[in-house]
Write a protein that binds this ligand. Structure first.
Ligand code: MLT
Length: 261
């Protein structure tokens, strides 16, 4: 369903019973809310799932520029638009995790818990920052294929069926080039969340695909060591897209963490 936020039409799917505790699922780059469909199949009977397409992805319009904070405000405006005023479990995958950290910093009292999936706390190095900005220019000149072609083989473990890769290659190709370039610039400028880790005082679950080569398990182990009381779940036979490759295992990890609905 679409809502107008900051003069843009943003799409947000809402699934599951209204009375159940809400989970906000924030997708990675250059993906869309569709990445949560397999996990949602296992959770929607008894959880409230709020699944936006970030601006410039999926069925949401792109703006000219964005930041992690702007994405947070978009998510917050969508929560308002759907009448959700309770604290939410904030689940973010990769770039969605960078946004989840920002959500926690800005809206601590609305953050019931954090679920950090295939992500990292550190900011870009100067070298990767420059590479991102160069990629953003290439995307504006040549389209989203620049990123889709470079990323498709990095998203999945060797166990993933070719059909899954082909589907996600197609979805990444269809991402709006303006939205992709804006997200690259926003990630290049994102703050380092490492100093915040010891201050995280909400229940935190960290999930990582055992064969994630984009945000490898070492990044998750470091977050686990630094976030007091956090829980780490490593998902076998899964890469960066653990939620898509092993949705049942990821849903089970979420259930163990969230407890009975
Ligand atoms: C993602 O999966 O969201 C991105 O690969 C994250 C990144 O490039 O840092």
């Amino acid at each position: 369903m679409h809502h107008t936020v900051d003069n843009l039409r943003l799409n947000c799917e809402v699934l599951g019973p209204e009375s159940a505790a809400p989970i906000l699922f924030i997708h990675g780059f250059p993906l869309s809310g569709a990445m949560w469909e397999p996990v949602a199949d296992f959770l929607q009977a008894d959880h409230r799932l709020i699944i936006p397409d970030l601006r410039g992805f999926g069925a949401s319009e792109a703006g000219d520029s964005v930041s992690m904070l702007r994405y947070v405000h978009d998510c917050f405006a969508l929560l308002d638009a759907i009448g959700e005023d309770r604290p939410v479990a904030v689940a973010g995958m990769s770039m969605g995790g960078y946004i989840a950290f920002e959500f926690f910093r800005r809206f601590r009292r609305r953050t019931a818990s954090l679920i950090l999936i295939d992500t990292r706390a550190a900011a870009d190095t100067e070298e990767s920052r420059k590479a991102r900005l160069a990629t953003a220019e290439k995307v504006l000149a040549h389209g989203s294929a620049v990123v889709a072609d470079a990323m498709v083989d990095k998203l999945f473990s060797p166990h993933a069926p070719p059909g899954l890769k082909a589907r996600w290659h197609g979805l990444m190709l269809s991402a709006d080039a303006r939205g992709v370039a804006a997200a690259l610039k926003a990630m290049a400028d994102r703050p380092d969340s490492t100093p915040d880790l010891p201050r995280i005082d909400v229940p935190t679950l960290i999930i990582v695909g055992e064969q994630d080569i984009v945000t490898p398990p070492g990044d998750s182990q470091a977050m686990h060591a630094a976030i007091p009381g956090s829980v780490l779940e490593t998902i076998p036979a899964a890469g960066h897209m653990a939620a898509v490759e092993q949705p049942r295992r990821v849903a089970d990890a979420l259930r163990r963490f969230l407890g009975a609905p």
